[in-house]
Design a protein around this ligand. Structure first.
Ligand code: NZQ
Ligand code: ZN
Length: 398
């Protein structure tokens, strides 16, 4: 070790492996067939959701692109938002029976996550749900994606989130094996999105930044500044895209922000939190609401519950991203003003910011809080939380 580096080094050691090939821009879906061939696919399962890709003509364009490359394919549609395990089992069976060797997800985070689950399950002898109970995904069929909504960041992440119908358990699995080998990001494909979905997607992207930003790791200026830059981009571009989902320039910026917010380039070398995501997943599992809508209810409540742990970090966030004047005599005021501005911003976009607006019920609080898997130490890292803390956070969101 070099003796010139004295004292405690604060940025954490890390590895960063993000091998996804991104094809970004207008018309890029026409390259789907070529990219499948390039990444070794011979027989493709096209996976999609409830029909938006049929209505927009995207599915036809993708099929034509595969045909051009002489690639045989099968289709499996019907992925629901908050994707379910039932369709994953169906997809695994189909892949094995038809000897599929490549999965092409055409849609949003739900479709991509379902595709990743099928990809991992198809080459695994046990029950694919093992991965959603903590087993690392080390092998999977290759997955390519064509993204239609900037939100979850699954197009560049090693994660997948699935809901098991029995008990409505919404759980995540991870492993570099399920990072997409390619992702096609064409902002034109987002023009058909309902405004509410644009807003929900934006809230999710902002939450992915904040899960990384609120950290106990010191001296991480580069990732702090990257997070702040991305967050400011969302504050500028998201209202434009919600007003007009066909605003190409706004959607292009949001689409790349959504990928960057979650492939972890802005999160390496620092402890990350993720309690709000865990707390939210109970809402979207129980009420089947959009994940981003659940986050816009939970995140401000989590912030109010934990900000005293590091008031200056919250005050810095408020000053740097919302332009709140720093009150050095009373930084708590600055911190709280930042939380208010975040909540008002989301509210102004038509997002729910309370249980009532989401359709969630106070009497379900205990069930949801106790349904979370806390492990031995609790959820979150900024502040460790147990069921009693989570109940308080839900109550703050009432
Ligand atoms: O199913 P279709 O008909 O395609 O309709 C979808 C769906 O109803 C619609 N939509 C998508 N693109 C469209 C469109 N409608 C018109 N035009 C388009 N271009 O939008 C609705 C929502 O789609 P969904 O895929 O559910 O959205 P999102 O991308 O927000 O994904 C949410 C899921 O991702 C998980 C969430 O928990 C949730 O289950 N997450 C996954 C992560 C990951 N894998 O890394 C991380 C995230 O934190 C998140 O937890
Ligand atoms: Zn999320």
């Amino acid at each position: 070790m070099n003796k010139n580096f004295k004292g405690e080094n604060k940025m954490l050691n890390f590895t960063f492996y993000s091998p996804t090939y991104f094809a970004f821009g207008k018309g890029k879906q026409e390259e789907a067939g070529k990219l499948v061939s390039r990444f070794g696919g011979h027989k493709v399962l096209i996976h999609y959701g409830g029909g938006s890709v049929k209505r927009s003509g995207l599915l036809d364009a993708v099929c034509a692109s595969l045909q051009k490359e002489n690639l045989p394919y099968l289709e499996l549609g019907g992925v629901k938002p908050n994707p379910r395990s039932g369709l994953v089992y169906e997809g695994i069976e189909l892949c094995r029976k038809e000897q599929v060797d490549f999965i092409l997800a055409v849609g949003g985070g739900s479709t991509i996550d379902s595709a990743k689950a099928i990809a991992a399950g198809a080459v695994y002898a046990g029950d694919f749900w093992d991965f959603y109970e903590g087993k690392l995904i080390e092998h999977a069929l290759p997955v390519g994606t064509i993204l239609t909504i900037p939100a979850a960041g699954s197009e560049g992440s090693p994660d997948s989130v699935i809901t098991k119908e029995e008990g409505m358990l919404k759980r995540g699995a991870t492993g570099d094996a399920i990072r997409p080998c390619f992702s096609i990001l064409n902002p034109e494909l987002t023009a058909t999105l309902p405004k509410y979905q644009v807003a929900c997607g934006g809230a999710d992207i902002m939450a992915h930044i904040m899960e990384r930003y609120f950290t106990n790791t010191k001296e991480v200026e580069v990732t702090d500044r990257l997070c702040e830059g991305l967050f400011c981009t969302m504050l500028k571009e998201l209202p434009k895209a919600v007003r007009n989902p066909a605003d190409y320039d706004a959607q292009a910026n949001i689409m790349w922000a959504g990928m960057t917010a979650h492939n972890n380039v802005v999160g390496v070398g620092r402890e990350q939190d993720w309690a709000s995501h865990n707390i939210e997943h109970e809402l979207s599992a129980l009420y089947d609401c959009a994940h981003g809508a659940g986050l816009s209810v939970i995140f401000p409540a989590w912030m109010r519950y934990v900000y005293k742990h590091d008031v200056m970090r919250f005050a810095q966030f408020a000053a740097r991203v919302f332009g709140v004047t720093m009150d050095f005599q009373n930084p708590e005021e600055t911190a709280l003003e930042g939380i208010c501005r975040l909540q008002n911003f989301w509210s102004s976009l038509g997002l729910p910011v309370s249980f009532g607006e989401l359709g969630a019920k106070e009497e379900d609080i205990s069930f949801m809080a106790e349904n979370i898997a806390y492990g031995e130490t609790g959820i979150g890292n900024f502040v460790k939380l147990k069921a009693e803390d989570v109940k308080e956070i839900y109550r703050l969101a009432l």
